[in-house]
Ligand binder design. Structure first.
Ligand code: G6P
Length: 458
């Protein structure tokens, strides 16, 4: 079996284990994928250094070796805060209004990709499989090829791929997208993003696309592009549900909500997650059902994310304002309808909160997949499962279509789904939950890795 070399911007270093809700889906998923198979994980240390060393720092835990480099403050500003998170992230989440187009940050992005390539290339052995992840590192494959790396090389995009009409507003869009053709396999979270990619390749690059095999051919060079929906580490998660940490957390939620129903949301504090819109939906539910204010407690866990970026500071302020308005209007001395928590939590604690919450509210405006939805389903008690309310604009909705699917832009849609969830009889809850549970059990992280590696090895 060839060794796996995983490359991503964020690395779940053993020494700095972040809270599950704060680090996002990628780090947790890759952690599980690598743990099962072993290999090398290369990326940014998360540290800034005025004059960073070119050679990576190495550490090994079990069968995984971690190799990381520091970045300079200018690198972080241009590559991470700038091009990755103020250009690609908003544009790929359909937020042209928040997208910045700056030549300097584009140059910084290319410079840091070249630094990654220079640092990781000497670590790649002749038979290794190289697997690059996410929007920070789209051109990395090309940088590696230019350095003579001939290995099998795959790329996986964890976020949506935008419609062609949006993508063409990016200056030098062809230059960016063409670099993807240096990979042997390019993976997307679901068919919708894959279809947009194929459309772009046909319309802008004159590609031939074979929809059966996934082959995208441009000027004689073929890349396989397919959808591989990412999953969760199902067995690990079910085992976590039995731990003292999870049980205690479930108990804390239950004893503090008593006869009221807990409804849970867990998201990085990101504008793509639709948090202010969600609060509007919750407020609409209370407006329309004033006699039910005492029935529901909404717990929103939202660890701050990418705090140096203005759009993230603004979304945080807006969310605080909306939460304050609901609680100001509806709280009583013995009742607070919304618990807004900025703190991050361990995965075991989150599983406990999911288990104790009879409604899971997952309403991103746009999301590559959304693993919170899958974790919520996996954590439920089979005899008394909760109800998942899910945005139709999350990649997960294509698999979890027995959830109550809503339009996250519509406060009325959210409000009526909350009412339906509160009133849903046990037999319907079980009937909706069971196929979703089977889906997250069977299409798990191990299968995701195996599917992509099979295509890469073929
Ligand atoms: C999303 C992205 C990941 C990223 C995560 C956390 O899930 O797809 O690539 O790691 O958010 O964001 P951060 O900027 O903190 O790494």
């Amino acid at each position: 079996m060839s060794r796996l070399v995983v490359i991503s911007n964020r690395v779940a270093l053993p020494s700095a284990h972040g809270a599950a809700g704060a680090q996002g889906g990628l780090a947790g998923a890759l952690d599980a994928a690598l743990k099962a198979r072993g290999g090398l994980w290369f990326g940014w240390s998360g540290q800034e250094h005025e004059d960073p060393s070119a050679a990576p720092a190495m550490q090994t835990r079990d069968s995984v070796t971690f190799a990381t480099i520091d970045l300079s403050p200018q690198d972080v500003e241009e590559y991470y805060n700038g091009y990755a998170n103020e250009t690609i992230w908003p544009l790929f989440h359909y937020r042209l209004d928040l997208t910045k187009f700056e030549l300097e940050t584009g140059r910084g992005y290319e410079r840091v990709n070249e630094r990654f390539a220079a640092a990781v290339a000497p670590l790649v052995g002749p038979d290794d499989i190289v697997w690059v992840h996410d929007y920070h590192l789209i051109p990395l494959g090309q940088n590696l090829r230019r350095r003579g790396i001939r290995n099998r090389m795959g790329f996986f995009l964890h976020i949506p791929w935008p419609p062609t009409r949006l993508l063409v507003s990016l200056p030098f869009h062809q230059r960016l997208v063409r670099t993807l053709l240096d990979y042997d396999v390019v993976g997307f979270q679901c068919d919708e993003w894959l279809t947009s990619f194929q459309h772009y390749c046909r319309a802008e690059l004159g590609a031939e696309v074979n929809e059966t095999t996934g082959a995208v051919t441009v000027e004689g060079r073929t890349t396989i592009a397919r959808a591989y929906p990412i999953g969760i580490d199902f067995d690990h998660l079910r085992a976590l549900a039995e731990t003292g940490e999870a049980r205690q957390m479930a108990q804390r939620v239950l004893s503090s909500t008593r006869r009221r129903t807990a409804m849970i949301g867990v998201d990085r504090l990101d504008y793509s997650k639709g948090l202010p819109e969600r609060m509007d939906g919750v407020a609409r539910f209370f407006d329309r059902n004033p006699d039910r204010v005492g029935e529901l407690v909404f717990i929103q866990i939202a660890p701050p994310s990418r705090e140096a970026i203005g759009s993230y500071q603004q979304i945080r302020a807006l969310l605080e304002q909306k939460t304050g308005q609901i609680n100001g209007a509806l709280s009583r001395v013995d009742l607070v309808p919304v618990r807004y928590v900025n703190q991050g939590h361990s995965l075991a604690e989150l599983i406990g909160v999911y288990r104790a919450s009879k409604i899971g509210l997952v309403t991103p405006l746009r999301d590559g997949m959304n693993l919170v939805a899958k974790e919520y389903v996996a954590a439920q008690d089979p005899g008394d499962p909760g109800v998942l309310i899910l945005s139709r604009f999350a990649g997960a909705a294509q698999q979890l279509d027995d959830a109550l699917l809503i339009n996250p832009h519509s406060p009325d849609d959210i409000a009526s789904a909350i009412r339906d969830a509160l009133d849903m009889p046990l037999d319907e809850r079980i009937a909706r939950w069971r196929p979703m549970f089977e889906c997250v059990r069977d299409q798990n992280i191990q299968n995701w890795t195996a599917d992509i590696l099979r295509d890469l090895e073929a």
